[in-house]
Design a binder for this molecule. Sequence first.
Ligand SMILES: [Zn+2]
Length: 172
Amino acid sequence: MHDAKPPFQWKYCPQCGNLLKMCFDGENQRPFCETCVRFYYFNPVPATCCFVLKGDELLLVQRAIEPCRGQWTLPGGFMELGETAEEGALRELYEETNIVGRRLRLVGTNTQNSKYSGTVIILAYYVEEWDGIPRPHSDALQLGFFAPNERPPLAFQAHRELLAAFDSGFKR
Ligand SMILES: [Zn+2]
């Protein structure tokens, strides 16, 4: 099952290919390449998600990929190098739902440990304006706008907590 995979760990140097050894960097034991004389770090991975409303109905997507294929989530995903968090949020929103969003406001952040990706920090944005005809793209089986009492359960703990924050305190 997908949840049996351990988090990624450095083992070989990406520069020269030598086996890394654990060395003390002044604070902790870290993977170290003796040839390149450098340490390797495994930092949290940033991701984003979006709150898109139509009236009081919230846009959710049903995942087409693992982990949690077939379950519902807020649209979003991992940031890419070279883009801002806001650009990443809008790119993922478009890739999954065909929606072009504008004017993002930060709802909050959430940090979770993920078996796939180590620690993931999620930045959640409210999309104040959007257009386009919503339809599922590559990463989504289907999507829908759900009234507050009709929402399916969300796959990720981070999304559940961010949704609770959005419902309880966020001024739209
Ligand atoms: Zn090396």
